[in-house]
Design a protein around this ligand. Sequence first.
Ligand code: HEC
Length: 151
Amino acid sequence: MKHFNLKVSAISLALALFAGGVLAQGGAAEDLVAGMERADMTYRQLMEVMGGASGMMHEGILRQNPQMVKSGADIILTHPAPSHQPWSIMPEDRQADFKWSLVSFDKLLDQHSEATVEAAAKKDWLKASQSLQELNTACISCHSMWKDEVK
Ligand code: HEC
């Protein structure tokens, strides 16, 4: 069962990445960032906020508090852009690929955050936990691809 779930998440991740790749072809990362509010913080500080947000979602599930889950998810769903172009943290020759990841993962984070909120609103805590797990898997997939590439 566990293996099955992992396989399903890997497949949905691959599909989302593919869809993101198709989207990313028209300067989608620039469009994504242009449509966001700019915050007075770096990409890394934004990531710290994301960590706090997913922690709040986790705690909301443990406490069976749907509003707490929603508050955490809203931070992810409405997160601003950092003060600099996010891809500027990567070496020049890796920036195009990182843009691609930014766009595809942004959609994936939104999908899994929304699914977690929906399940929590229905007090389906096992489902909420599973969706949060998928959210975490998306975060960690991006980290395993990119964290060591930061210049
Ligand atoms: C598009 C890829 C990507 C996605 C998606 C992503 N991260 Fe990150 N994250 C990074 C990178 C790159 C760094 C390293 C940033 C640096 O060192 O400047 C990072 C760093 C972090 C850090 C460490 C910050 C620090 O101070 O060192 C945390 C915490 C974090 N991310 C949380 C999350 C959470 C939670 C999610 C999902 C909700 C997430 N990230 C999704 C790319 C991503």
